[in-house]
Design a protein. Structure first.
Lengths: 120, 126
Protein backbone atom coordinates (compact mmCIF):
# COMPACT_ATOMS: atom_id res chain seq x y z
CA UNK A 1 0.00 0.00 0.00
CA UNK A 2 1.27 3.41 -0.94
CA UNK A 3 1.67 5.43 2.27
CA UNK A 4 1.51 8.74 0.38
CA UNK A 5 -2.22 8.13 -0.07
CA UNK A 6 -2.72 8.72 3.65
CA UNK A 7 -1.03 12.13 3.65
CA UNK A 8 -2.85 15.39 3.04
CA UNK A 9 -2.56 16.63 -0.54
CA UNK A 10 -0.33 19.55 0.41
CA UNK A 11 2.35 17.28 1.93
CA UNK A 12 2.50 14.75 -0.87
CA UNK A 13 5.54 14.79 -3.14
CA UNK A 14 4.70 16.55 -6.39
CA UNK A 15 3.60 14.41 -9.29
CA UNK A 16 5.86 14.95 -12.33
CA UNK A 17 2.81 16.14 -14.27
CA UNK A 18 2.03 18.95 -11.83
CA UNK A 19 4.43 21.43 -13.42
CA UNK A 20 2.92 20.70 -16.84
CA UNK A 21 -0.61 21.23 -15.49
CA UNK A 22 0.31 24.56 -13.86
CA UNK A 23 2.14 25.94 -16.92
CA UNK A 24 -0.72 24.87 -19.17
CA UNK A 25 -3.20 26.86 -17.02
CA UNK A 26 -0.91 29.85 -16.48
CA UNK A 27 -0.26 30.18 -20.22
CA UNK A 28 -3.98 29.70 -20.95
CA UNK A 29 -4.93 32.55 -18.61
CA UNK A 30 -2.29 34.84 -20.18
CA UNK A 31 -3.44 33.91 -23.68
CA UNK A 32 -7.06 35.03 -23.14
CA UNK A 33 -6.33 38.81 -23.04
CA UNK A 34 -3.43 38.50 -25.52
CA UNK A 35 -5.59 36.76 -28.14
CA UNK A 36 -8.43 39.26 -27.72
CA UNK A 37 -5.92 42.10 -28.04
CA UNK A 38 -4.27 40.76 -31.21
CA UNK A 39 -7.70 40.04 -32.75
CA UNK A 40 -8.76 43.62 -32.05
CA UNK A 41 -5.51 44.97 -33.56
CA UNK A 42 -5.91 42.67 -36.60
CA UNK A 43 -9.05 44.52 -37.64
CA UNK A 44 -6.81 47.34 -38.92
CA UNK A 45 -4.43 44.94 -40.73
CA UNK A 46 -4.38 44.91 -44.53
CA UNK A 47 -2.26 41.98 -45.72
CA UNK A 48 -2.60 42.71 -49.44
CA UNK A 49 0.43 44.95 -49.91
CA UNK A 50 3.89 44.82 -48.37
CA UNK A 51 3.71 48.46 -47.24
CA UNK A 52 0.37 48.15 -45.46
CA UNK A 53 1.42 44.95 -43.67
CA UNK A 54 4.80 46.50 -42.77
CA UNK A 55 3.12 49.62 -41.35
CA UNK A 56 0.83 47.45 -39.20
CA UNK A 57 3.64 45.29 -37.76
CA UNK A 58 5.80 48.39 -37.12
CA UNK A 59 3.07 49.94 -34.98
CA UNK A 60 3.74 49.92 -31.25
CA UNK A 61 0.60 47.90 -30.40
CA UNK A 62 1.17 44.96 -32.79
CA UNK A 63 4.92 44.86 -32.02
CA UNK A 64 4.35 44.62 -28.25
CA UNK A 65 1.41 42.24 -28.65
CA UNK A 66 3.36 39.87 -30.94
CA UNK A 67 6.43 39.86 -28.67
CA UNK A 68 4.27 38.97 -25.66
CA UNK A 69 2.04 36.55 -27.56
CA UNK A 70 4.60 34.42 -29.42
CA UNK A 71 6.42 32.83 -26.41
CA UNK A 72 3.20 32.16 -24.47
CA UNK A 73 1.44 30.82 -27.58
CA UNK A 74 4.24 28.39 -28.45
CA UNK A 75 4.69 27.30 -24.83
CA UNK A 76 0.95 26.52 -24.61
CA UNK A 77 1.06 24.72 -27.96
CA UNK A 78 4.09 22.61 -27.03
CA UNK A 79 2.46 21.59 -23.72
CA UNK A 80 -0.77 20.67 -25.53
CA UNK A 81 1.00 18.63 -28.20
CA UNK A 82 2.96 16.86 -25.43
CA UNK A 83 -0.32 15.70 -23.88
CA UNK A 84 -1.54 14.32 -27.22
CA UNK A 85 1.81 12.58 -27.85
CA UNK A 86 1.77 11.05 -24.34
CA UNK A 87 -1.72 9.69 -25.00
CA UNK A 88 -1.10 8.12 -28.39
CA UNK A 89 2.63 7.51 -29.02
CA UNK A 90 4.53 4.62 -27.45
CA UNK A 91 7.74 5.23 -25.44
CA UNK A 92 10.73 4.84 -27.75
CA UNK A 93 9.34 7.48 -30.09
CA UNK A 94 7.39 9.40 -27.43
CA UNK A 95 10.28 11.19 -25.73
CA UNK A 96 12.09 12.22 -28.90
CA UNK A 97 8.85 13.48 -30.46
CA UNK A 98 8.16 15.65 -27.39
CA UNK A 99 11.67 17.13 -27.59
CA UNK A 100 11.25 17.71 -31.32
CA UNK A 101 8.02 19.64 -30.62
CA UNK A 102 9.75 21.71 -27.92
CA UNK A 103 12.66 22.51 -30.24
CA UNK A 104 10.32 23.52 -33.07
CA UNK A 105 8.20 25.66 -30.74
CA UNK A 106 11.28 27.42 -29.34
CA UNK A 107 12.66 28.16 -32.83
CA UNK A 108 9.29 29.49 -34.04
CA UNK A 109 8.81 31.63 -30.92
CA UNK A 110 12.27 33.22 -31.31
CA UNK A 111 11.76 33.70 -35.08
CA UNK A 112 8.38 35.38 -34.49
CA UNK A 113 9.75 37.76 -31.86
CA UNK A 114 12.73 38.67 -34.07
CA UNK A 115 10.45 39.19 -37.10
CA UNK A 116 8.22 41.51 -35.04
CA UNK A 117 11.28 43.47 -33.89
CA UNK A 118 12.81 43.99 -37.35
CA UNK A 119 13.03 47.64 -38.45
CA UNK A 120 11.36 49.05 -35.34
CA UNK B 1 6.32 8.35 -4.31
CA UNK B 2 5.21 9.77 -7.63
CA UNK B 3 3.67 7.28 -9.98
CA UNK B 4 6.22 6.86 -12.77
CA UNK B 5 5.23 3.36 -13.91
CA UNK B 6 4.76 2.83 -17.62
CA UNK B 7 1.14 3.64 -18.27
CA UNK B 8 -1.06 2.30 -21.08
CA UNK B 9 -1.90 4.37 -24.14
CA UNK B 10 -5.19 6.21 -24.23
CA UNK B 11 -8.04 4.19 -25.77
CA UNK B 12 -8.60 5.24 -29.36
CA UNK B 13 -11.56 7.43 -30.12
CA UNK B 14 -13.64 5.01 -32.15
CA UNK B 15 -14.49 2.94 -29.06
CA UNK B 16 -16.59 5.75 -27.58
CA UNK B 17 -20.20 6.43 -28.47
CA UNK B 18 -20.21 10.11 -29.49
CA UNK B 19 -21.98 12.46 -27.09
CA UNK B 20 -22.13 16.24 -27.20
CA UNK B 21 -19.66 16.44 -24.30
CA UNK B 22 -17.12 14.05 -25.81
CA UNK B 23 -17.42 15.58 -29.28
CA UNK B 24 -16.63 19.03 -27.85
CA UNK B 25 -13.69 17.55 -25.94
CA UNK B 26 -12.28 15.95 -29.09
CA UNK B 27 -12.89 19.21 -30.96
CA UNK B 28 -10.89 21.07 -28.30
CA UNK B 29 -7.86 18.87 -28.95
CA UNK B 30 -8.35 18.92 -32.69
CA UNK B 31 -8.64 22.72 -32.79
CA UNK B 32 -5.52 22.98 -30.60
CA UNK B 33 -3.66 20.67 -32.97
CA UNK B 34 -4.77 22.68 -36.01
CA UNK B 35 -3.87 25.96 -34.31
CA UNK B 36 -0.37 24.62 -33.62
CA UNK B 37 -0.01 23.69 -37.29
CA UNK B 38 -1.53 26.98 -38.54
CA UNK B 39 0.65 29.10 -36.27
CA UNK B 40 3.68 27.88 -38.24
CA UNK B 41 2.15 29.56 -41.31
CA UNK B 42 1.41 32.75 -39.35
CA UNK B 43 4.99 32.89 -38.07
CA UNK B 44 6.33 32.30 -41.60
CA UNK B 45 4.12 35.16 -42.80
CA UNK B 46 5.78 37.47 -40.24
CA UNK B 47 9.24 36.18 -41.14
CA UNK B 48 8.58 36.73 -44.86
CA UNK B 49 7.51 40.28 -44.03
CA UNK B 50 10.74 40.83 -42.08
CA UNK B 51 12.83 39.50 -45.00
CA UNK B 52 11.59 42.21 -47.35
CA UNK B 53 9.14 42.95 -50.13
CA UNK B 54 10.28 40.25 -52.60
CA UNK B 55 9.86 37.42 -50.05
CA UNK B 56 6.57 38.86 -48.82
CA UNK B 57 5.06 39.09 -52.31
CA UNK B 58 6.20 35.54 -53.03
CA UNK B 59 4.65 34.30 -49.77
CA UNK B 60 1.38 36.11 -50.44
CA UNK B 61 1.13 34.69 -53.97
CA UNK B 62 0.68 31.27 -52.34
CA UNK B 63 -1.88 32.61 -49.86
CA UNK B 64 -4.15 34.25 -52.41
CA UNK B 65 -7.53 32.89 -53.50
CA UNK B 66 -9.23 29.88 -51.95
CA UNK B 67 -6.20 28.48 -50.04
CA UNK B 68 -5.89 31.76 -48.15
CA UNK B 69 -9.61 32.04 -47.51
CA UNK B 70 -10.02 28.45 -46.29
CA UNK B 71 -6.95 28.88 -44.08
CA UNK B 72 -8.47 32.05 -42.62
CA UNK B 73 -11.86 30.44 -41.95
CA UNK B 74 -10.24 27.36 -40.39
CA UNK B 75 -7.84 29.21 -38.11
CA UNK B 76 -10.40 31.83 -37.04
CA UNK B 77 -12.99 29.21 -36.09
CA UNK B 78 -10.40 27.05 -34.28
CA UNK B 79 -9.09 30.11 -32.45
CA UNK B 80 -12.49 31.23 -31.15
CA UNK B 81 -13.60 27.70 -30.33
CA UNK B 82 -10.38 26.84 -28.46
CA UNK B 83 -10.44 30.22 -26.69
CA UNK B 84 -14.03 29.92 -25.47
CA UNK B 85 -13.82 26.22 -24.65
CA UNK B 86 -10.49 26.91 -22.92
CA UNK B 87 -12.26 29.40 -20.64
CA UNK B 88 -14.87 26.68 -20.02
CA UNK B 89 -12.03 24.36 -18.98
CA UNK B 90 -10.60 27.03 -16.67
CA UNK B 91 -14.02 27.44 -15.04
CA UNK B 92 -14.09 23.68 -14.44
CA UNK B 93 -10.61 23.91 -12.90
CA UNK B 94 -12.04 26.64 -10.68
CA UNK B 95 -14.80 24.22 -9.67
CA UNK B 96 -17.69 25.80 -11.56
CA UNK B 97 -20.10 24.11 -13.93
CA UNK B 98 -19.79 20.38 -13.27
CA UNK B 99 -23.51 19.56 -13.13
CA UNK B 100 -24.82 17.93 -16.30
CA UNK B 101 -27.15 20.80 -17.26
CA UNK B 102 -24.34 23.35 -16.81
CA UNK B 103 -21.92 21.23 -18.84
CA UNK B 104 -24.45 21.14 -21.69
CA UNK B 105 -25.35 24.82 -21.32
CA UNK B 106 -21.72 25.99 -21.37
CA UNK B 107 -20.99 23.61 -24.26
CA UNK B 108 -23.73 24.99 -26.49
CA UNK B 109 -22.80 28.54 -25.46
CA UNK B 110 -19.21 27.92 -26.59
CA UNK B 111 -20.33 26.47 -29.95
CA UNK B 112 -22.76 29.33 -30.61
CA UNK B 113 -20.27 32.03 -29.58
CA UNK B 114 -17.51 30.49 -31.73
CA UNK B 115 -19.79 30.32 -34.78
CA UNK B 116 -21.05 33.90 -34.37
CA UNK B 117 -17.59 35.39 -33.67
CA UNK B 118 -15.80 33.54 -36.46
CA UNK B 119 -18.47 34.46 -39.04
CA UNK B 120 -18.34 38.11 -37.95
CA UNK B 121 -14.53 38.16 -38.07
CA UNK B 122 -14.27 36.57 -41.52
CA UNK B 123 -16.87 39.02 -42.88
CA UNK B 124 -15.07 42.00 -41.27
CA UNK B 125 -11.57 40.98 -42.36
CA UNK B 126 -12.34 40.08 -45.99
Amino acid sequence: MNSSRLQPLSRRPHHPGLGHWRWQRASAILLVPLILWILWLSLSLDVHTYTSARTWVDGAGPTIALILLAPVWYLHGALGLQTIIEDYVRPPLRGSLIWLVRLGAAILAVATVLAALVSV
Amino acid sequence: MPNTRARPLSPHLQIYRPQMTSVLSVLHRLSGLLLSACSVVLSLWLVSLALGEVTYVRFMSFAQGWPGLSFLILIVFCLYYHLFNGVRHLLWDWGWGFSLDRVYFSGWTVVAAALVCSTTTVVLVR
